[in-house]
Design a binder for this molecule. Structure first.
Ligand code: FAD
Length: 558
């Protein structure tokens, strides 16, 4: 029977044991920082908002278990120039100053609200000589991740957002004009399908790790990207999809804050030299292919150890359990593929509304390419979370404006737009497919040390999987099976875009290492767009990077 909720201004059309049908101004898919900031912004703008998450909002996704260090730079020209120039260098000069300024401005303004909303960040403004060495007048925000995400959940609920936990989205709804008009999915705990008709949709489903078991990353499986491309969105920088997190051997504890300036030795005990682990980890990854390497956090003075333990308690819980003292002894380490979570590829957003170019569809956070702010380097250590706040806020406001111009969501007549992995449209054989995709995307020798021959082999194998799944007899699956099918389809699609784009970049830049093209080619100082489902296309982005240094000078600076 239809009923309405007290704080939620949208409408429940049907809510019975078989179905949930909701009508709302803005639908947000995801439940991490990007989704929650988007939800708050859309609600502030007066929209009714429904948010659906695959897991439990506040505990799902990478940020909930990882770190919440934000990139916050005061709006002081010299400080901005210093920070942006640093990111330009590490990002291989394909970043964009104007975009970066806009992201930093928005993150600076929005994080100022957090204490007003009642949250006390565990790290207050940093003083001179503090652990992180920041200067007076700056602001840091790097509290404990579970606290922050739980706080955001509370803020979302207080904003009147209708939250559906454990309710993954499976496909978008599109009206007869091609305007995105909602989505469908499945409620895992109450075991019923849902449909949300909406005036606008924001995708904030995070990056893709190909289920590598990185911390919190197994929910990030790429079906959000697939949904976007199915309705006509494009991708950017998918070749930078191969970021590897460092872990104590045999664990998935990929918190890397202390690893980035540690000391390393190869399997024979010889020291390993490296350049900048934010830009590329190829020196260490290469050494790992020859045998297990060891690490030690030699960079810290003894007085700092207690503070460091307090700053990253979950990392030290793991080392303590293993009986490792990382400050005093070398310990074996390993890698976990984090794909586009700390890599930078994703949906290409067009403007400071985080629009995708598809009417009614917006993308925020890791699902969107972060190449304009970090280029070919990782977005870890702050940029990603500032991007999540900025794009979430932009998307929330813009989606609210867009939906206000449309009529009643239930009148749009949205039709499902899913392709592979959706009931009746080609099945992906889950276990086999996942293993086959992972065997192309996870091994270091394939994903990091790339060559045309190796990439072509991977592309052919992934294409065969796509073709056979597309031509498989339609299988009637539902519920959890449907979710697994769609996740596999997402991972497969992401693998194909990543590999094809890596083939097209015939040079080495940032985290993209080509063994057959070991040099950086100044003629390729552009970003690569891609897209397509059955036939994948890749082409240079005509929007050129805006960096503060000329092409000629880049050679000497890189
Ligand atoms: C170990 C580690 C440490 C990190 N530390 C930092 C740091 O200090 N600073 C920094 O800037 N970045 C850091 N990052 C990166 C940062 O965590 C991410 O950039 C950030 O979480 C992105 O937020 P998001 O909301 O876009 O995605 P996520 O946090 O991944 O959230 C995605 C959400 O979407 C949901 N979802 C997925 N698919 C569906 C679906 N089909 N339907 C509905 N919901 C779906 C998931 O359940 C999840 O809740 C770190 C990453 C790792 C792995």
């Amino acid at each position: 029977m239809a009923r309405s909720l007290p704080r939620f201004h949208g409408q429940i059309v049907t809510d019975d044991s078989e179905n949930l049908h909701v009508s709302t101004d803005v639908l947000i898919v995801g439940g991490g920082p990007a989704a929650t900031w988007a939800a708050v912004a859309a609600a502030e703008s007066g929209a009714s908002v429904t948010l659906v998450d695959k897991g439990y909002v506040g505990a799902s996704g990478v940020a909930a278990t990882a770190g919440v260090g934000h990139w916050l730079v005061p709006p002081v020209p010299e400080r901005r120039d210093e920070e942006i120039s640093r990111r330009e260098r590490s990002g291989g000069f394909i970043t964009d100053r104007v975009w970066t300024e806009a992201v930093l401005d928005e993150a600076w303004e929005r994080t100022a609200l957090i204490p007003e909303w009642g949250y006390k960040p565990s790290a207050s403004p940093r003083g001179p000589g503090s652990l992180f060495g920041a200067r007076p007048g700056e602001r840091s925000f790097s509290g404990a991740a579970p606290d922050y995400l739980r706080f955001l959940r509370g803020k979302v609920k207080k904003s009147g957002v209708h939250v559906l936990d454990h309710s993954p989205a499976l496909e978008l709804l599109v009206d007869s004009n091609g305007t995105v008009s909602g989505a469908t999915g499945y409620q895992r705990q109450v075991k019923r399908p849902w449909r949300v008709d909406a005036g606008a949709v924001i995708l904030a489903t995070g990056g893709t790790t190909w289920k590598s078991h990185s911390l919190g990353g197994d929910v990030n499986t790429g079906e959000g990207h697939l949904m976007a491309v199915e309705v006509g969105a494009h991708l950017s920088s998918m070749e930078f999809s191969n970021f590897y997190g460092m872990v104590p051997f045999g664990t998935s504890m990929d918190k890397n804050g202390f690893f980035v300036s540690a000391s390393y030795w190869d399997h024979r005990g010889e020291p390993i030299r490296y350049h900048d682990l934010h830009q590329s980890r190829a020196e260490l990854l290469g050494a790992s292919l020859r045998g297990t390497i060891t690490a030690q956090f030699t960079q810290f003075d003894k007085e700092m150890w207690p503070a460091l333990r307090a700053a990253m308690p979950n990392f030290f819980m793991v080392t303590d359990k293993l009986g490792i003292d990382p400050f005093n002894e070398r310990f074996p380490m390993d890698w976990v593929q984090e794909g586009t979570v700390r890599g930078t590829g994703g949906i290409h957003v067009l403007d400071y509304e985080a629009s995708t170019g598809v009417p009614g569809l917006y993308a925020a956070g890791d699902i969107a390419a972060r190449d304009r702010i970090v280029g070919a380097a990782t977005g870890a250590g702050g940029p990603n979370l500032s991007w999540a706040i900025a794009t979430g806020t932009w998307a929330g406001r813009a989606a609210a404006r867009y939906s206000a111009k449309r009529g009643l969501p239930t009148s749009f007549g949205g039709e499902p737009s899913g392709t592979l992995g959706v009931r009746g449209r080609g099945a992906v054989h889950v276990a086999d497919t996942v293993r086959s995709i992972q065997s192309e995307m996870l091994p270091i020798d394939k994903a990091v040390f790339r060559s045309n021959d190796g990439l072509a082999d991977s592309a052919a194998r992934l294409d065969r999987l796509w073709e056979s799944a597309s031509s498989a007899p339609n299988v009637e699956y539902s519920g959890m099976d449907a979710i697994a099918q769609r996740e596999s389809a997402g991972m497969l699609a992401m693998g194909r875009w990543a590999v094809r784009t890596a083939m097209a970049r015939t040079e080495t830049r940032g985290m993209h290492t080509r063994t057959d093209f070991p040099d950086t080619d100044s003629r390729q100082a552009h970003r690569l767009l891609s897209g397509g489902l059955n036939d994948i296309w890749v082409q240079p982005d005509t929007e050129l990077p805006r960096v503060g240094i000329t092409l000629a000078a880049q050679g000497s600076a890189s």
